[in-house]
Ligand binder design. Sequence first.
Ligand code: FBP
Length: 549
Amino acid sequence: MKKSALQKARANYQPKLPIVLTGAVKAVEGKPTTSVADQDEIKKLFPNTYGLPELKFEKNPNPGPGKPLNVGVILSGGQAPGGHNVICGLFDGIKKIHRDSRLFGFIMGPGGFVDHKYIELTAPIINEYRNTGGFDIIGSGRTKLEKKEQFDKGLEILKELDIKALVIIGGDDSNTNAAILAEYYKEINAGVQVIGCPKTIDGDLKNDLIETSFGFDTATKVYSEVIGNIERDCNSAKKYWHFIKLMGRSASHIALECGLQTQPNVCIISEEVEAKNMTLQDVVDNIANVVARRAEDGNNFGTVLIPEGLIEFIPAVKKLIAELNDFLAANAAEFAAVAPAQQRTFIIEHLSKENAEVYASLPEGVARQLTLDRDPHGNVQVSLIETEKLLSEMVGKRLAKMKEEGKYNGKFSALHHFFGYEGRCADPSNFDADYCYALGYNAAQLINSGVTGYMSSVRNLVKPSVQWIAGGIPITMMMNMERRNGELKPVIQKALVDLNGRPFKKFAEMRDNWALNTCYVYPGPIQYFGPAEVCDQPSITLQYEHSAK
Ligand code: FBP
């Protein structure tokens, strides 16, 4: 396959490991853990894997002889930069423990595990993918691993290949399933360990011991580069308002990080919209006011960042979605039989009065999307809702009204963008290349320590990578009970933007200035070679969250 000059040069990059992982390690146990909420329920559901201690690796001056490890790996859910390096680190880690260790990759996500589709990942294959973006080494998928039959079917292939450990690289939903699988294999004495790895560009799988999910750093740097380019265009032509929707299914971490990097005129944070109990019209009015104030200074241009999950955070819409989820889960067949043209009326007739009114007030496209198929984890597919167009249309209408009232006298011409897929498979930044390689290498050490139901944890990430701390945390520790598809289920608690956290507070201090004055910052493309201050900076979110600690 033809390679670009950068690809060839990048293949030789040697990710930097935390110093502790450069030799043999021993796992030191910390305190027993409890789940973040609903302790009694989670304990009951995970009798074999609840309450395990945190683990931290330390150097082992007297290691015993290593044994060969056969390991399986699955990439699950949306792509995130650095996934290949997790697999490369895992491969190198198990080979270091014993050169006869073998790694098997299940094809196209959890589905490949259940259907016994796999390849052995050998050194020539691994070497082709070092430091590259994408998940194409084995592919990914969103099949939800949750049923006993799937676990049993998967176990058949694990037994056949003599695989003793499975590494699941995924987001909160996939790691929830990793915990359920770990519990089940422990309960039936299957002799298979399950280890999770924190992946998602959305940045919402994090806590004190998982400081960030991998891929967030690279994806936000790619989006920020392009937002910066748009801002510069916008500031040159001075005639368009750019409405830019950014991926991040639920939490607004991506929008906030890109906002901090590029200083746009408006950056909406869904969590704030929810906390302030705002309506869609409130959000629109806020943007329209900024447009009008800028127009007074003769500035008929600007940039607006919109998080993908906004709609779901508007309290009235959130309530509506909750009722719709339960209703559609319970009446799937009946709803499927209704002709598309009648579906809106059918829904309105079956919802509670309050939710029916909200549903009826939504533009046709948004209303339709809310009733379309959920993803396998029961989530509304928010990336398909064109919020950027919806908002700009509503802002246009509001401005027209303000004009009539003599409160606005400018020009409003809007352009729309959606950045998501542009960043999910980018070549990992140095940060993600190092972090991912360390996560994979560390997963090999967790397997070698014999534990199950743990997530690979590498932290102290604002320090140079050699100073990173490596260990593992029980996945059950991150869980609480939530309603999914009409039922209460144990799931990893999503980390939303903390409105009391430093990243949001810093943003809130500066945004009024950014709104009126043009304060754009142009981050430029990710740099892989050059001085550390240009190439190795972690995200601003991570810096604000951890540099003060
Ligand atoms: P994960 O949580 O699986 O990492 O996915 C992240 C994401 O990129 C979201 O930001 C987005 O809403 C979703 O995937 C889109 O997924 P798909 O391309 O499968 O529709």
